[in-house]
Design a binder for this molecule. Structure first.
Ligand code: NAP
Ligand code: GDD
Length: 361
């Protein structure tokens, strides 16, 4: 279930997609999906001092081989010149803008950088794309990764008509990016569609987001590798779906006759406490015996309750989620239990280095 590659549709062979944020959770599932649809996929990666391609390594082949389905280009949303060069080199038919400083809590600590990547980064890409389309004389379709965080304090259920009420520098930046996208659609006739996606998770979710933090901790506790789990607000409610389902909606949005914005969600909401309960009880543990509250994980302003209404996506895109809450939790716990088992083997053999950075999120 973790890998979503399915049958190839040969009619799409030869289409080229460019993905920003290909090394992230969604980027990796989207790359898999587009390759399975016959696309040639190009991704933008950042230069880092250690490898950041874990999530796409299984898709990447030695560049000396021919007919590669996946090409990687160094770039950054803060570097407009580089984005222009990549567009010219790749000559894409579709661009998926997934790159972002995507952690809400971190955005309170790095608001300027978050605005630079999330808001300004989107603007840079739109400008580069506008100029590229004019020079190349072709229409390129763009997907913009918008977020349910934009609804913030607006009460549920949230749909495409719900007013935005952002509650973090990240959310404010996503609202700006959303409006840039809409403005470029109206001003220049560009095909830009924003997907307002509610939280979506997977075994590839970053380990500082709450679901993965919990599934990693619960399985490590079960294996005797960890004693306690420190969390913040357990009352927050989220509409959690599976990332593999959601990337298909991104693609569907770019296959429509007209560009439009869509809410993508399950329509079901659960609290962080309920996620804990589901995870720990699946492992025959009582979460109350292991969880402590730490103020550092609370946000200066919180989004209390997200529950979406994806009626428009169901009607117009024919999209609906395939994985429910229980199945999602099971998928993540099963995956992380395997990781914990591997860690235990290393520990028993005296080769264990300790877990990385969980305390940061
Ligand atoms: P993620 O796992 O955090 O991945 C973010 C990606 O953006 C990574 O590939 C990261 O590269 C890249 N990136 C960060 N800063 C960049 C920069 N300055 N220039 C170029 N690339 C940069 O996020 P995700 O969960 O896949 O989410 C994908 C997108 O959807 C994001 O825009 C997010 O805000 C949005 N979104 C996510 C959700 C959700 O629940 N997952 C819901 C709604 C919207 P590194 O690997 O090098 O860090
Ligand atoms: N990360 C984290 N760590 N969150 C915690 C913790 C903790 O220790 N304890 C409680 N929470 C609560 C947060 O306060 C929040 O209310 C909820 O768990 C979910 O937090 P995250 O998993 O960090 O996700 P998010 O909802 O803030 O943001 C994610 O979803 C957005 C879509 O609504 C990110 O993926 C964003 O990029 C995305 O736009």
């Amino acid at each position: 279930m973790d890998n979503i590659i399915n049958k190839t549709d040969n009619s799409l062979r030869g289409k080229r997609a460019l993905i920003t944020g290909i090394t992230g959770q969604d980027g990796s599932y989207l790359a898999e999906f587009l390759i399975s649809q016959g696309y040639q996929v190009h991704g933008i990666i950042r230069r880092t001092s250690i490898f950041n391609t874990d999530r796409i390594d299984h898709l990447y082949q030695d560049p000396h081989q021919s007919n590669l389905p996946l090409y990687l280009h160094y770039g950054d949303l803060t570097d407009g010149t580089g984005l222009r060069r990549i567009l010219q080199r790749v000559e894409p038919d579709e661009v998926y803008n997934l790159a972002a400083q995507s952690h809400v809590k971190v955005s309170f600590e790095q608001p300027e950088y978050t605005a630079d990547t999330v808001a300004m980064g989107t603007l840079r890409l739109l400008e580069a794309l506008r100029d590229y389309m004019e020079v190349a004389g072709k229409q390129v379709r763009m997907y913009q990764a918008a977020s349910s965080e934009m609804f913030g304090a607006s009460p549920p259920p949230q749909n495409e008509s719900t007013p935005f009420y952002p509650r973090s520098p990240y959310a404010v930046s996503k609202v700006a990016a959303y409006w840039y996208a809409k403005n470029y659609r109206e001003a220049y006739g560009m095909f830009v569609a924003s997907g307002i996606l509610f939280n979506h998770e997977s075994p590839r979710r970053g380990e500082t987001f709450v679901t993965r933090k919990i599934s990693r901790a619960a399985t490590r506790i079960k294996m005797g590798l960890q004693d306690r789990l420190y969390l913040g607000n357990l009352d927050a409610k989220r509409d959690w779906g599976f990332a593999g389902d959601y990337v298909k909606a991104m693609w569907l949005m770019l296959q429509q006759d007209e560009p439009e914005d869509f809410v993508i969600c399950t329509g079901e909401s659960h609290s962080v406490r309920e996620f804990l309960e589901e995870c720990f009880s699946y492992l025959d543990l009582r979460w109350q015996d292991y969880v402590s509250i730490d103020q550092r994980y609370f946000r200066p302003s919180e989004v209390d309750y997200l529950q979406g209404d994806a009626s428009r996506a169901r009607e117009k895109l024919g999209w609906s989620p395939q994985v429910n809450f229980k199945e999602l939790v099971k998928m993540m716990v099963d995956h992380d239990f395997d990781l914990a088992r591997q860690e235990k083997i290393l520990q028993d053999a005296g080769h264990y280095k300790g877990i990385r950075g969980i305390a940061y999120g």
